[in-house]
Ligand binder design. Structure first.
Ligand code: PDD
Length: 286
């Protein structure tokens, strides 16, 4: 049975899904997206993802494609139709397909394009990287200056993953003005003593929905959290490091630029936070 995807009001087999060659998502990366994880057939942190989607749309003056209730219903319908137990729902909104290519935004006659699809990941929780820890390499952050908007301009993050792969690593941490911004598709953290350090929110990074939930779990568990920039040298000397995202939850980082962090294996803070976050996320999923 082929995967059912959602395109502009219709549920269709993936082979039949179509968007126009004039779509501004395709021509200009004029689109925003969200990735919501699915655990036990339910949506994790859904209200946070919808709130961030609304903000991305409004920062770009992009029309809304549907109400929050409709978006929830479409997510659930796709999860049900594709029998997803563990996995993800990907949502993308673009500024639609005007009659011709033009740098200026189209007028209201051009409706936004809305596409959603699911990805089944049976091993999403039991990821072997959670046991071994990840290796990252540092690269300069060469993305645009509005990283707080979750746009589909993902070429540089893609290049970053390829640079990491070429060096035998799992991901790259991006560095700007001597400090770490974030991972290519995740937020970055170090642990020194009993303090968790992660960059403060701002235009330089994406406001991770998992980040917000994990920091709340950490504070609830009486862990110390500092939201401030940290340097790559600080990261090298940290006791632990980890990342967070909707697709990795909390994932330990054990090597940076080929050098071990701490003891070179997942540390107690990352391991504990992963457990706490996952149990809370599964409890609160809708
Ligand atoms: N990426 N920073 C960047 C640059 C990201 O692309 C992501 C998410 C995050 C973490 O955000 P969240 O916790 O809301 O997933 C941080 C998604 C998973 C992706 O592009 O697939």
């Amino acid at each position: 049975m082929s995967r059912i995807v959602y395109v502009n009001g219709q549920y269709v087999p993936e082979e039949e899904a179509r968007v126009s060659v004039f779509d501004r998502g395709f021509l200009m990366a004029d689109g925003v997206y969200e990735v919501t994880s699915v655990l036990d057939g339910k949506l994790v942190d859904f209200p946070g993802h919808i709130t961030r989607l609304r903000r991305s749309l409004s920062e770009l003056d992009m029309p809304s494609p549907a109400t929050d209730d409709d978006l929830l219903a479409i997510h659930r319908e796709l999860v049900a139709r594709n029998g997803i137990e563990h996995g993800m729902v990907y949502l993308q909104v673009t500024r639609g397909a005007p009659p011709d290519r033009d740098f200026a935004y189209p007028d209201a006659a051009t409706p936004p394009t809305l596409v959603l699809f699911t990805q089944s990941k049976p091993g999403l929780i039991d990821n072997p990287l959670a046991r071994s820890g990840m290796a990252v390499v540092s690269i300069p952050d060469q993305r645009w200056a509005r990283r707080d908007i979750k746009t589909v301009q993902l070429l540089y993050p893609s290049m970053g993953k390829m640079i990491a792969k070429a060096q035998g690593a799992d991901d790259a941490w991006m560095v700007e003005d001597g400090v770490v911004t974030e991972g290519t598709s995740n937020n970055a953290y170090i642990v020194k003593g009993n303090t968790i350090v992660t960059r403060q929110l701002g235009p330089e990074i994406l406001s991770g929905i998992t980040r917000a939930a994990v920091l709340a779990c950490a504070r609830e568990a009486q862990m110390r959290v500092e939201e401030r920039p940290f340097t790559i040298e600080e990261a090298r000397e940290a006791d632990e490091a980890f990342i967070t995202s909707a697709s990795t939850f909390v994932m330990p980082v054990v090597r940076l630029d080929g050098q071990e962090i701490g003891e070179g294996r997942p540390g107690p803070v990352a391991v504990r936070l992963r457990e706490i976050y996952l149990s809370e996320a599964r409890r609160a999923a809708i």
